[in-house]
Design a protein. Sequence first.
Length: 274
Amino acid sequence: MEDLTGRRLVVLTGASSGIGLAAAVNLACRGDQVVLVGRDPARLQAAAERVRETSGERPELFRADFAVLDDVRRLAEGLRAAYDRIDVLVNNAGAIALQPLTTVDGFELSIQANHLAPFLLTNLLADRVGRIVVTGSGAHRFGTLDPDDLNAALRRYRPLGAYGTSKQANILFTAEAARRWPGIPAHSFHPGVVRTRFGNDSRVVAFGMRVLPFRSPEKAAETLVWLANQDPARLVGGGYYYNRRLRRPYRKAADPRLAARLWSASAAAVGIDG
Ligand SMILES: NC(=O)c1ccc[n+]([C@@H]2O[C@H](COP(=O)([O-])OP(=O)(O)OC[C@H]3O[C@@H](n4cnc5c(N)ncnc54)[C@H](OP(=O)(O)O)[C@@H]3O)[C@@H](O)[C@H]2O)c1
C-alpha cells in the first residue's frame, strides 16, 4: 500500500460523513492519497465510493469505533503496518452523546470518543506523522474540564456540557502536542455550525441546526484543508483557527498548565507514558 508517486498520505478520522468526508473529497481532488477511517461499515463504503466518483482515486479504508480503545490500538497497528509515513493525520471524528454512557473502557462516552481515542491514536502514530489537524468546536465554551476527574460529566449529565468538555480537551491537546512535539505542526479549528449528521438524533440539536445559520460540510472543510496545506511557518503552532484566521479560544481552552495536566491524565487513562 506504500505510495511510490510522491503524493502526500492523509489519514482522516470521521471520514464516513459530514466535514471529514467533504475534506477527504477535497484533498483527494488536489492529488493527496487519502485514507478514510470510519465506524459504520456501510457509510464508510459509501464515502469511499463518493471519493472515487469525484477524484478518480480509490481510498484505503480502516474501521474503528472510538468508544472501544482496543479498536483504536488495532487501528494504529493497521496504519503502522500499511504506511511508513503519514504526512497528515486529521483527528476529526466526533459526536454529541445525548445520554450519559460509560464505554467498555470505563470512560464517559464523549470524553473517550472525542478526546481519549484521538489522543491515543496520535501518540501511537506520532513517530510517523508529519502534521496534525484537529476538528475542535466553538462549543468548547460549554466545557468544564477537570483532568483529575475525566468522568465528571456522568454525575449530572448535560449533553452540551459533556460535548463542550471534550472539545475543550481537543483544543488543549493540540496546543500541548505542539509544545511536546515541536517537529510536528499541530493546529485545531472550529468548522462553524455545519449541516451534517451531527446531533441528528436530538430534536433540540436538529431544531438548532434548522434555525442557526449553518454552512455546508464543503464550506466547513475549507479551513481543515487549508491547515493541512498551509506552510507551518505562516501558522501559530498549536493555534486554534476559524475561517482560516487564528482565534483566541475561551481561557479554559488556552491554559498551558491545564493542557499539561490533561496530557498526563489522558496518558494515564489510556495506559501510555505521559
Ligand atoms: N456539525 C457541526 O456543526 C460541528 C460544529 C463544530 C464541530 N463539529 C465537529 O466536527 C467533527 C465532524 O462532525 P460532523 O459535523 O461532520 O458530523 P457527522 O456527519 O456526524 O460525522 C461524524 C463522523 O465521526 C464519526 N464518529 C462519530 N462517533 C464515532 C465513534 N465512536 N468512533 C468512530 N467514529 C465516530 C462518524 O462515524 P459514523 O459514520 O460511523 O457515525 C462520522 O464519520 C466532529 O468532531 C464534531 O464535533 C461539528
